[in-house]
Design a protein around this ligand. Structure first.
Ligand SMILES: [Zn+2]
Length: 481
């Protein structure tokens, strides 16, 4: 099999200088300063997720250490030393993959080898990747070298799992933590690459590519390469979503709308699931993506619009926003809990095929729909309030219109102080996207106090409800208004 084409971009744009590395400013700055002041240490440990630049920076450092014509903190990449390292033919920069060289014999060989002076360079640089894979014996052998390193040697250890590296090794190293690259940074970087490559790419398409790369520039570039093969010179969001297996936003919004609408016929509830089933989609993935969608709805409902945090492009946030404001957060949470429970069930049942998953999902959706048809506690209390207002209409001090207006404008506040009202409390007070009733609500915070004085029945009913756990299942179905 030939080498996959998607390696090309990642290789072509692998940074050759510190300044070209995306993010990782802390490590870059510290290493450049050390190089400038000629005090590069004998052992470093780079820790962080895959594909964020650990070995890339180790190689740049190796070149800077041995460069015969350094440019400030950077290697020149032109001298014979730099070139031989770039081409991978330097005998003094030794890269070891600890995953496949983890035995004590391998480390013994290294210990023998390290004693010899470098062939053509100032220092020998050992880059040991996936160092956590070494056996305990191997670690002990490596430790002896790190305790008394020859002056002509430098070690760069890299790992994705710091907790598997013994404390004794860590204490001998300068440790740098590498972080995932934020989505918007990867997105910008991909846009830059596309410009250089004369590829037309939609901004949202690059967002989905960055998200697929999960904070790794290398993986994102590989996926961009695949997207270019798939789309040609015009990379669209729709095609990238298809390639990445991201279900369309509309599908999830539709499903939530169907669940929340009491009049949805039962067969229609299954439509979105059927669509995925017919296309041979992964239903387990669908459930996780739907859970994520519900999470996003809740956040947008409370005014969060940070695209990196939510994990969807800005344009989609705007599309969801108006819908999200219509949804009752407590009901979204109820759907979330039920769907989440479904995952646990599916796990224990060890489902064999997608048809079995489909049965489970469909029945769960029917169950959720039935539950959502029943009135919520807040809805019930609101009705009680209205009832008590009509009873208190004879109050000589206030007209019934005034009282009704008060209660209509401030439906949930009194309820929100009760122990059963966590859902209402999550409705954000300082939500910029709240319905327009918000400012009026504020101005009425004193009115209910007066109302309480003059409406003893309401007081009594509230006292009873606020201190009582009400199981929504025990509340009878309400007739339509
Ligand atoms: Zn050089």
């Amino acid at each position: 099999m030939t080498r996959p084409a998607h390696l090309v971009l990642a290789r072509k744009y692998r940074p050759l200088k510190f300044a070209e590395v995306v993010e990782q400013a802390t490590a870059v700055r510290a290493l450049q300063n050390a190089a400038l002041e000629d005090r590069i240490g004998s052992a470093y440990l780079f820790f962080g997720p895959r594909g964020v630049g650990k070995t890339t920076i180790a190689r740049i450092l190796a070149r800077r250490i041995n460069c015969t014509n350094p440019q400030q903190g950077e290697p020149c990449n032109q001298c014979e030393s730099c070139k031989s390292i770039i081409d991978g033919r330097s005998l003094d920069v030794i890269e070891i993959d600890a995953a496949s060289n983890r035995r004590i014999e391998d480390v013994r060989e290294l210990r023998e080898n390290v004693k010899f002076q470098p062939m053509n360079s100032k220092r020998k640089v050992y880059i040991i990747d996936e160092v956590h894979m070494l056996t305990t014996e191997s670690f002990n052998a490596l430790l002896k070298t790190l305790e008394e390193p020859p002056e002509h040697a430098a070690f760069v250890l890299a790992t994705t799992e710091l907790n598997k590296v013994p404390e004794t090794i860590l204490s001998r190293c300068q440790v740098f933590t590498f972080r995932k690259v934020p989505l918007h940074r990867v997105q910008e970087y991909l846009a830059e690459i596309c410009r250089k490559e004369n590829i037309e790419a939609e901004s949202d398409a690059l967002f989905w590519i960055a998200r697929k790369g999960d904070g790794s520039v290398r993986d994102s570039l590989s996926f961009l390469e695949q997207a270019i093969s798939f789309c040609g010179n015009k990379v669209t969001a729709e095609k990238v979503r298809e390639l990445a297996g991201v279900y369309p936003l509309e599908l999830f919004l539709e499903l939530t709308g169907l669940l929340l609408d009491p009049s949805t016929p039962s067969q229609e509830l299954a439509t979105p699931v059927m669509e995925i089933f017919d296309q041979g989609g992964d239903l387990n993935r669908f459930i996780w993506d739907y859970l994520d969608h519900l999470r996003i709805l809740r956040y947008i409902r409370s005014g969060v619009e940070d695209s990196d945090f939510l994990g969807i492009p800005g344009s989609q946030i705007q599309n969801i926003k108006s819908k999200a404001l219509e949804f009752d957060p407590s009901r979204i949470s109820l759907i979330f809990d039920e769907i989440h429970g479904l995952l646990t069930t599916a796990f224990f049942l060890k489902l064999r095929n997608s048809y079995e998953s489909r049965i489970l999902i469909e029945m769960e959706l029917l169950k959720i729909h039935d539950r959502l048809k029943k009135p919520s506690v807040s809805g019930l209390l609101s009705k009680i309030q209205k009832l008590s207002v009509s009873l208190a209409g004879q109050d000589p001090k206030r007209s019934s219109e005034e009282l009704l207006a008060d209660l209509d404008n401030a439906p949930d506040e009194k309820v929100a102080s009760g122990p059963n009202s966590s859902a209402q409390q999550q409705r954000p007070a300082a939500n910029p996207g709240n319905p327009p009733a918000q400012p009026e609500k504020q101005s009425h915070t004193t009115s209910p106090g007066q109302g309480n004085d003059s409406i003893p029945i309401e007081n009594e009913l509230q006292k009873q409800f606020l201190g009582t756990m009400v199981d929504p299942d025990s509340v009878p179905n309400e007739p339509d208004e």
